[in-house]
Design a protein around this ligand. Sequence first.
Ligand SMILES: CC(C)(COP(=O)(O)OP(=O)(O)OC[C@H]1O[C@@H](n2cnc3c(N)ncnc32)[C@H](O)[C@@H]1OP(=O)(O)O)[C@@H](O)C(=O)NCCC(=O)NCCS
Length: 179
Amino acid sequence: MSLSLRQFRAEDRSRVAEIEAASFPDPWPDSFFKYIWGKAPELFVVAEEGGEILGYVVGELREIMFSGLSHRSKMGHILNIAVDVSRRGRGVGTRLMTEIEGRFREGGASQVTLEVRESNSTARSFYQGLGFSEIGRVRESNSTARSFYQGLGFSEIGRVRAYYPNEDAIIMGKALEGR
Ligand SMILES: CC(C)(COP(=O)(O)OP(=O)(O)OC[C@H]1O[C@@H](n2cnc3c(N)ncnc32)[C@H](O)[C@@H]1OP(=O)(O)O)[C@@H](O)C(=O)NCCC(=O)NCCS
C-alpha cells in the first residue's frame, strides 16, 4: 500500500492525539493542535496509508526580523513531528519532512529551524541525516526564576516546548535549497 501526504482534517484528531501521547512525555493538548491548525492549516500535514494516519508534522512560517524590521525573508519552523511507534524506521518521518520543507519553500522560506531535546538522540540523528546541523542551544529553564515568579503570585498557565524544564533544547537548522 502506498503512503500519501495531505493536509490534516478535523476527523484525524483522535488518531493524532493517540500518536502524540505515545511519542512524548509532555504531549500537546488537543487545544494546541487546534490553535496551530487554525493559524496555518497547510502546514499541518499527515501521512496516511490505507486510510490510517501513520504520522504528522506541524510547522509555521516566521518572518525574519532584524532590529524590528522585516527583511522580507522567511524561515520555516518545525513545531512538532511524530510517527506511530510501530511504523518508525520506514521513511515516514523523512517523507513528512520533505513535504513540509517543500511547503515552507512555496511560502517563501529560505531556511528551516527546529528545537529538539538534547537527550532525543533518535530525532537528532534523524535531523542530521536530513542535512540539519546544530546552530544553538536553549538552556534548561531556570528554577530560581520560576520560584521567584511563583512567589509573586504567578502560576504556570502553559508551556513552550522549546524550553524544556529539565534539559537543554538543541536548535538545529539548514538552508532550503532552490531559492
Ligand atoms: C524522529 C521520528 C519522527 C523519525 O521518524 P521515522 O519515520 O522513524 O524516520 P525515518 O524512517 O524516515 O528515518 C530516517 C533516518 O533517520 C535516522 N533514524 C531514524 N530512527 C533512528 C533511530 N532509532 N536511531 C538512529 N537513527 C535513526 C536514520 O538515519 C534513518 O535513516 P535509515 O533508515 O536510512 O537508517 C520518529 O522517531 C518519532 O516519531 N520519534 C518520536 C517523536 C519525536 O521525538 N519527534 C521529534 C521531536 S523534536
